[in-house]
Every structure is written in C-alpha cells, then in structure tokens.
Design a protein around this ligand. Structure first.
Ligand code: ADP
Ligand code: MG
Length: 754
C-alpha cells in the first residue's frame, strides 16, 4: 500500500468545498474542519427573510396545485363532475375528457410561468423520477405553439431503460409508459429560472406490469375498498362511499453543515458516516429533544414548510428529535396515494431547502453510529367520506362492534403476515437501525394499550365471567369505554402501535418510500376483511338479527388467534426476545433474512389474489431489493477501504512518526521517553493495516454468480463485519491521533455546531 499520499490532499479534493481559507498547498490535516467551523460561525442567511404578514399561509396553501377549486373554475361542469367521480369514488376515467383537462391545465400552468411539463413517477429505487418536455411545438411557419394534448397528459414514454425492472422488461421490450394518476393532483414546481407543470403518474411496462411503487399502491387501495364495503354492508352501511386507506408519515432527519458534509466522503456518497468515534457528549442528557430550535434550523423549517404549503402538502408538526441535530416533520394524514406522493415531495424539499441554508439534510436511517437513527413512523387507518375513520371507536354499540371487526382484522393481518411487514422495511440502511436499542426490534408485535388489550382479552374469554364489572363484554350490546388518544404511555419500543384511532407502523426507515409498507398494510388488511366478511356472511345468511352473535364468535376466534402478536411491554428487553421466541413470532434480524419472505408461496398468492402484484412483479421486486442491498454494501465497503487507506492510515502514521522522532530526539539529548503512547498508536496502526488487508481480500472475493441472495448473504456475513473491524481501529485511532492531523470532521463538530 502506498503511504505517499500528499498531506491531507484527499480530505479537500474529495470534499472540495470548505471554501475559504485555502492556502497555496491546500488543506493540511484538520484545516478543512477549521474552515468549516468558521463558515458555520460566520453564517449569514442567503435569502431574503420570509414575510408571512403580507402573504399569510392560508393564501399560500395549495397555490401551485391544480386542485378541485381550480378545476371547478376552469373546467366545463360535466368534465369537472366526471373527474371528481374518478378521484373520489375510484370510477374509470372517460378518456374523452382528457383533451379538455389538458388544455385547461396548460393554460393554468403557463399563467404560472411554466415552460415545461413533466410526468413524475416512482421507480423501484424508491426515488422520484421526472421526464421534462417543453410545451412548445414548431408551428410549421418558423414559429412555435404552446401545446399540450389529452394524449400527452394521459400517457408518456420516458426512456426508463436504466431503471431497475428485475427482468420484467428485458423479456419483452425496453419500453415503459407513464400513465396519468387522476387521483393525485398536478402541481407546479418552481425554480428560479422557470417553473414546471408536474403530473403524477404510474409507470408500467408495455404489458401493463407495474414497474413502480404507485401502481401497486393504487391497486391495493382498490382491493381494500372492495373488502371493506362487504363488511360495511353487513352492518347496514351501503352508500358505497370509497373506503380509502389513510396515511400520515412522520419524517425524521438530521441536519449538518454543508462544509462538514463535503469534507466527509462517506456522508457525501453513502449518506452515513462509515467512521467516527463516539463524541464525549452524546444524547444522554436528552437536552435536545423538544428543546428550542436553533435559529438557522428554524429558518430552514419555515421555508421548507412554505414550499410544501405551495404544493398543497399539509405539513403540520415540527420539532427536535432525540439525537443532537435530529429533527422531525409531519403532515396531517391524507389518502394513502396522496400521502405517498406528498411524502416524496417532503424528502425532496427538505434536501433542496437545506442547501439554501448552508446545510445538508440526511435522511439515512443511521447517519451516525451510537446515536439514534431516523425512522418514518407511518400512521395508517382507513375510512370514507360517510363513515369517517373506521378505526375510531364510536360511542354506540353498533359503532363499537363495527370498530372491533375492523380492528380485529388488522390484528389478524399483522399476526398472519408479520414476515411480510418485516420484509417491506428491509433495507441496508434500516438494518443499522432496527433492533438497535432505540428503534423497534426486528420482531413485529402490536402495542394495543392497556384498555384495548383488555377488551380483546375479555372477548377472547368469550362467555366466561371474569374481569370488568363482574362480566365480560358482549359485542353489540356494550359500549366501549372511551379510548385514550395519545395515551401517556406511548410505548416507543413497539414496531406497530394502536394510537387511539389509527395504527402506527414504526419500523419504516427514514430513507424509504412509504409505498411498500402501505401496499403491504392495505393488502393484508384487505385479505383479513375478506376473511371476516366471508365468515359473517356465512353465519348470518343475510339475516341481520344474527349479526351480533356472529360478530361475537368471530372476534373471539380472532382474539385467540392473534393473541401472540399483542405485546404491551418493553420491546427492547432481552426478556421480550425470549418470550417472542416462545410465542413463535418471527425474528428476522436483517434484510438477508427478511427479504426472502417475498418469495414465499403464501405471499405470492396473497398479492396475486387481490390483484396487487402478479408473481413476476413480486419476483422482480425481490430481486431488485436484494440487488439494492448488495450495491449499497459494496459501495460502502469500497469507500471504507479507500478512506481507511488514503485518509486515516496516512494521518495515523504521520502522528506515529511524530511520536517516534520526539522519542529519538529526546534520547539523543539524554532524556528517557515514555513510549506508552507510541506503543499504543503503533499497535493500533498495525491492527488497522491488518483489518484493511482483510477487507481488501473480502472485496476481492465478491462474486456475481450464484444469484442475488447468495451475494446478499456474503455482504452480511463477510463484508459488513470486515468493514466494522476497520472502523473499530480507525475510531480508536481518532482518540489518539493529534487533532490537527485528523482528516475528518468529528461527530462532536458535526452534531453540535449548528
Ligand atoms: P406522534 O409524534 O405523537 O406520533 P404526530 O402528531 O407527530 O404524533 O403524528 C401523528 C400523525 O398521525 C400525523 O401525521 C397525523 O396526521 C396522523 N394521523 C392521525 N389520524 C390519522 C388517520 N386516521 N390515518 C392516518 N394517519 C393519521
Ligand atoms: Mg409517532
């Protein structure tokens, strides 16, 4: 290995950013950090202050959205009515109206400064993709006309050949199509140099197979509606109002100064630190959580929110999170499809606006080892315009019985498909978070709260005469006690919690698209509602007077079946891991263990039966997610090797050399020199060098034959442990090597200088 890297050059050439204070020879050692710190402390806002007095938020909200109000204003009545029908009750769109809508949309967009339109879609990478086209078409006389036809609105053909398809398109042909999603409104994306009309779309292959995250989400919502209607019908609710799943995702993220970000090749390319010793002061004081928000951060939040308001994203909550430099943003819940599109916009906007304020927004699940990671709690429920929230316990026996059936359906679904729920949150990034004592464990269980747990416990006992007020609850006769919303004991250790009128899926990673988890939730609950409806239909045979008894019987049965998944205790404790094993719950520790669930027969049948994903579509996802996992680990392993070789090793031997020459010089003039530090550093340098060798060998053995799962197994069994070893010695060296020689910004600096 060459040890002749020019002093500190890598830290700055890779980082390239630290801006000021570059001396002729570039940065030496920690001068990159000093430049960053000076930039942080001398920070001045780049943009004019926002003025919410002249333009109140109520005027801003939705101003860039082609929403219902705009459509009502600009579309002929019959066209407007037809569109609303499709949006609100999921009815098929009449393609004949597309030309009219397109023309109105174009006029509106051009009035707002748009020059281009873009079909926006969500490929399986989990990112957002756009293809921009100009409105202008040559008019044949040397001029150009602004044009936007119904056909252009409805369908596009991006050159999507480089998006992962898991073999779906290779077998047929390379073409993929984007199809207008009428249920998610078009919007204008602003840029200082012009604006773009954005049209949310589904992305499908020539054969109609889903190449994206939106298509299965829409299909799963339809499946859920269909089964929910059957249950509602049994309760005499027959208006048919579309039952949609609703979602409210809480996004956690970190902010670090951009100078630090650019001086860390790992943050820049992997989104997380691959090295970094624990700071002397971590989060143990919890003084950051809900503390005062620093001014620059608050300014960033205000602008982020304003941008999101313009796009009609109903962001509501902002606060500091548990870890230093960690924050959260949460919108008011919406229909799942819209919530998903808006969630993608939230992530994009956070990153874009952070740059303007001289910061980088990190949405990785675990940017800093030993510091809390970031999740995305996905609050989930289902409801309709006429029924309201179906997971809200009402205050009459009728409502209660209906609520209990829907709630039981969720319990049954989560118990039966716990493996699937684990699989849809399995990513390389989330592996660092799940099961670490700060995020939910990898074991899926449900927190119901004492009260609801007690209700199901009573129901389970059926006619037995124990518990409350001397008798058990009889469904359809008794009224539930009011459920505490946001109860004090918000068990944070549970991956799946009932929180008064919804379930909160907390194992989802901060960097993930929420579409996968939503598709899973919708589909497994559709299956459970199907089961409930079938049982109840059979038992009542159309005779409504038999409903109460049938519901009682069904609930007793489900309470018994689902009992093992209910756990109100501490999910972090070892005792729970043992107890969960006894209960037969799955404990799929990492992505390599969890992803193969997607290949199970039961899962294939589930998705096929409800028309959400056919076998090929599901298999393609399995392969793509494994591939993504491998790619992530490969690139992190390569980066670990490179940083260790070219940044950390050189800094360490430079310090070693300094110690050695001090020792030699002192000896020359007759002093004894205590070599303890030199010994320690020498030992660590040796270990670092050895571990670099091991990682290098492990990378050399990466083989691409043998299939994606084999490759992923190798990542987990060999690459990740080899990376950890390199990190271990590097982090130890960080606490010995002279600060002015250390080439990377430290945790201390990144987390506490804001
Ligand atoms: P906490 O951090 O205490 O869990 P927040 O207020 O930050 O709570 O977030 C709660 C989230 O739950 C919000 O996004 C909210 O809109 C969402 N939510 C509330 N009711 C529903 C519902 N019926 N369906 C889906 N999400 C919901
Ligand atoms: Mg929450």
């Amino acid at each position: 290995m060459s040890t002749q890297t020019r002093s500190g050059a890598k830290g700055t050439s890779q980082g390239g950013a630290a801006g000021a204070a570059t001396s002729a020879g570039g940065y030496v050692g920690s001068s990159a950090r000093m430049a960053a710190i000076s930039a942080v402390t001398n920070y001045k806002p780049l943009s004019e202050p926002l003025n919410f007095i002249d333009t109140p938020t109520s005027e801003i909200f939705g101003c860039n959205v082609f929403n219902k109000a705009v459509m009502k204003n600009r579309l002929p009545k019959p066209v407007f009515k037809a569109l609303v029908k499709t949006i609100e009750s999921g009815e098929k769109l009449d393609p004949a109206i597309a030309d009219v809508v397109a023309s109105a949309m174009k006029d509106w967009a051009i009035e707002k400064g748009a020059t281009h339109y873009a079909h926006v879609f969500f490929p399986l990478t989990g990112l957002t993709a756009e293809k921009h086209d100009s409105f202008l078409s040559p008019d044949g006389d040397g001029g150009a006309l602004a044009e936007f036809t119904g056909k252009q609105l409805i369908q596009g053909e991006p050159d999507g050949s480089s998006f992962p398809t898991g073999g779906i398109r290779a077998t047929f042909e390379a073409r993929g199509y984007t199809i207008w999603d009428v249920t998610s409104p078009a919007y204008i994306l602003e840029n200082p140099n012009g604006t773009t009309l954005c049209i949310p779309t589904a992305f499908v292959s020539w054969t109609g197979e889903a190449l994206d995250k939106k298509t299965p989400l829409l299909r799963s919502m339809q499946a859920l509606n269909k089964q929910a209607q059957r249950v509602l019908k049994l309760f005499g609710e027959t208006d048919g109002a579309f039952v949609a799943s609703t979602a409210g995702p809480e996004q956690e993220y970190f902010l670090v100064d951009r100078h630090f970000f650019f001086a860390r090749p790992d943050l820049l390319t992997a989104g997380r630190t691959l090295f970094g010793a624990k700071p002397p002061k971590g989060q143990e004081f919890e003084d950051h959580y809900f503390g005062a928000i620093p001014e620059r951060v608050l300014a960033f939040m205000l602008e982020t929110e304003r941008e999101l308001f313009k796009l009609g994203v109903p962001v509501k909550t902002r606060h500091n999170e548990v870890a230093p430099a960690q924050y959260e943003i949460a919108p008011v819940f919406e229909s799942a499809n819209l919530a998903n599109d808006h969630q993608q916009l939230i992530m994009i906007t956070l990153r874009r606006v952070a740059e303007k304020y001289g910061m980088a927004c990190l949405t990785h699940e675990k940017p800093f080892a030993n510091i809390n990671g970031s999740g995305k709690h996905v609050n989930w429920s289902l409801g309709s315009a006429s029924q309201g929230n179906l997971l809200d316990p009402g205050d009459t026996p009728h409502d209660n019985a209906q609520f209990l059936v829907f709630c039981a359906a969720v319990l049954r679904a989560v118990k039966k498909y716990q493996g699937l729920l684990r699989a849809v949150v399995a990513t390389a990034g989330n592996d660092h978070r799940l099961g670490a004592n700060e995020a939910p464990p990898a074991i899926i269980s449900i927190f119901l709260g004492d009260q609801l747990a007690d209700v199901f416990e009573q129901i389970k006992k059926g006619g037995a005469s124990s518990s409350k007020k001397g008798g058990t609850m009889e469904v359809g006769v008794d009224v539930l006690p009011p459920m505490p919303k946001d109860a004090g004991d918000r068990n944070r250790t549970s991956p799946f919690a009932f929180t008064g009128n919804r379930f909160e899926f907390r194992a989802v990673g901060a960097n993930q698209s929420i579409a996968g988890p939503l598709v899973a939730m919708n589909t497994i609950v559709a299956e459970s509602l199907d089961y409930c409806a079938t049982q109840l239909e059979k038992a009542t045979g159309g005779d409504a007077s038999k409903l109460n008894a049938a519901v009682q019987k069904l609930l007793t049965e489900i309470s018994t079946e689902a009992a093992p998944i209910i756990f109100n205790g501490d999910g972090y404790s070892d005792a729970w891991h043992q107890e969960a094993a006894k209960r037969g719950l799955l404990n799929l520790k990492n992505s390599v263990d969890a992803l193969p669930v997607l290949e199970q027969k039961e899962i294939k049948e589930l998705f096929e039966k409800y028309g959400v994903l056919n076998e090929r579509e599901l298999t393609s996802r399995f392969e793509i997610y494994l591939e993504q996992y491998c790619k992530t680990v490969y690139s992190e392993a390569n980066l670990t090797l490179e940083m260790a070789k070219t940044m950390i090793f050189p800094a360490s031997i430079r310090y070693q050399n300094e110690l050695a020459s001090t020792c030699a010089n002192l000896k020359l003039v007759g002093y004894e020199f205590d070599t303890d530090t030199l010994d320690k550093v020498t030992e660590l340098v040796k270990s670092l060098q050895d571990s670099i060798g091991v990682l290098n060998m492990a990378l050399g053995k990466v083989s691409h034959g043998g299939g994606a799962h084999k490759a992923a197994e190798y990542c987990a069994s060999d690459l990740l442990p080899a990376m950890s070893m390199v990190r271990k010695y590097a982090d130890e060296l960080e606490s010995w090597v002279a600060d002015d020689l250390w080439p990377l910004p430290t945790y201390q600096e990144m987390l506490f200088i804001k």
